[in-house]
Design a protein around this ligand. Structure first.
Ligand code: PFF
Length: 450
């Protein structure tokens, strides 16, 4: 076990779990999951998603935490410490780059959530309001200055939390935001499922239709599982280093996965019944929450209130995930450049503002610049979730399975023998990490390439 390098850590296990759930629950749950379900056969997608999450993603999540807590430093330091090889430091740097790429488009969507929260507070989506939700959204994201302004605001909020530190910033805000998020989504869900005609939406969510489920749906389920659980981006390595030595990592992995998945399904239950109740096509795509929902709110009893609750939830979910992405970059820069937290956060914020601007403008004036048929925004999303996060996940399981090895893995998940983990479960988890997960990831990657 390496000596712990980080100074600021979570004060309690609950703080760690809340922060990790905060990272996991994000735009991926509220923005991406419902439209992926809509496009890939409803419950058929959910079933496959659940299977992948349980069998593959959860062990990878555990492997990341093992590297982080055992290594006790930034992702680069932790990889080197647990593997005993300097070369593994590159894996930590890849994680930092991955977070950077995700953050570049994440802050743009984060900015949209701020704008829509303010709109909802001004009662723009209350019942009876006349809005052209398509024109409103495309006009806003396609313009130059306004979305950049809101993205900058979102970055400032993230930096403010980061600069206060791990304990007082990340831990405190997560403990507050996470329970609130669950309350909000449950309230919206209750309104949605009690709408006349909502039953069709629930049936769609819970009755599998495999005729719309293709091989691409399988890849989408794997990618979404990684994205939603924040895997392959060194997030859990970073938070792992702040985790108390006494914490039961296996239990934490289970709690984080179950909470994130439960939240995604709750989000589906909050959105799909309303979509069906108003006779809208469920496979609307990425515009679902910014175009379809505002339209629905204006036609729904209590629509104005629901729009406020929904956009508060979307904003909080985006913010807590953004904090975790930012923290990976900040912790890495503090280590690599040997600078203070404040300086590292400032550098990250400046560079992110620039890359965020490019992503934002690629929805408007820079639309014509495409790489492999995708604008820069979509390309950042595609590359990070389909390529870099998968690569990160692969490096994690290879490092733990083949370099950390079984005795050290067992020692870490039992906290040096003080925490009980059933032996057969520990064996299965290690088997998945060493053999099954690498095979699944490699086969998937090859199938994307060829
Ligand atoms: N899990 C987040 C979401 O579902 O929106 C996205 C994310 C956060 C990915 C942090 C990776 C990460 F390190």
């Amino acid at each position: 076990m390496a000596e712990r390098r980080v100074k600021d850590s979570f004060t309690s296990n609950f703080g760690m779990v809340a922060a990790a759930i905060g990272s996991a629950i994000g735009l991926g749950n509220l923005w991406r999951f419902p439209y992926l379900v809509g496009q890939n056969g409803g419950a058929a997608f959910i079933i496959v998603y659940l299977a992948i999450t349980l069998l593959i993603a959860t062990p990878i999540l555990l492997a990341e935490m093992v590297i982080g807590r055992r290594g006790g430093g930034s992702p680069r330091e932790s990889y080197i410490a647990v593997s005993g090889r300097k070369g593994w430091g590159v894996a930590g740097i890849i994680g930092m780059v991955t977070c950077f790429m995700i953050m570049s488009f994440y802050v743009v969507v984060g900015g949209w959530t701020v704008k829509y929260l303010l709109l909802s507070l001004s009662m723009a989506f209350s019942r009876g309001a006349q809005i052209d939700s398509v024109g409103l959204f495309s006009g806003f994201v396609g313009s130059s200055f306004p979305p950049i302004f809101y993205a900058a605001l979102f970055i400032i909020l993230t930096v403010a939390i980061i600069c206060v530190g791990v304990q007082k910033g990340i831990e405190k805000t997560s403990k507050l935001m996470m329970p609130l998020l669950f309350v909000l989504i449950i309230l919206i869900g209750i309104r949605s499922v009690t709408l006349p005609g909502a039953g069709a939406g629930l049936e769609y969510l819970f009755k599998p239709d495999f005729s719309h489920f293709t091989f691409d749906s399988l890849l989408a389920a794997l990618g979404q599982s990684f994205f939603s659980l924040s895997l392959g981006a060194c997030m859990l390595i970073t938070y792992g280093a702040y985790t108390p030595r006494s914490s039961n990592l296996t239990k934490n992995a289970a709690i984080i996965t179950v909470s994130d998945t439960f939240f995604a399904v709750l989000a589906g239950c909050a959105i799909m019944p309303a979509v069906f109740a108003f006779g809208i096509n469920p496979s609307e795509g990425a515009g679902l929450v910014f175009v379809t929902l505002p339209q629905i709110f204006t036609q729904m009893p209590l629509g104005g209130l629901c729009s406020i609750l929904f956009f508060i939830a979307l904003f909080l979910a985006a913010l807590s995930s953004s904090v975790s992405l930012f923290e990976v970059i900040t912790a890495s820069l503090m280590d690599i450049c040997r600078i203070s937290r404040g300086k590292a956060a400032a550098i990250t914020a400046v560079v992110l503002t620039l890359t965020g601007c490019v992503c934002s403008l690629s929805q408007g004036v820079l639309k014509h610049i495409t790489i492999a048929g995708m604008n820069i925004f979509d390309q950042f999303d595609y590359l990070s979730s389909n390529f870099l996060m998968t690569l990160g996940g692969l490096l994690t399981v290879i490092c733990v399975g083949w370099f950390v090895k079984k005795p050290a893995f067992m020692d870490e998940i039992t906290s040096g023998g003080t925490v009980k983990v059933p032996r057969p479960l520990a064996e299965i988890l290690f088997f998945v990490i060493k053999y099954a997960a690498p095979v699944v990831i490699i086969v998937t990657a090859l199938s994307i390439i060829f």
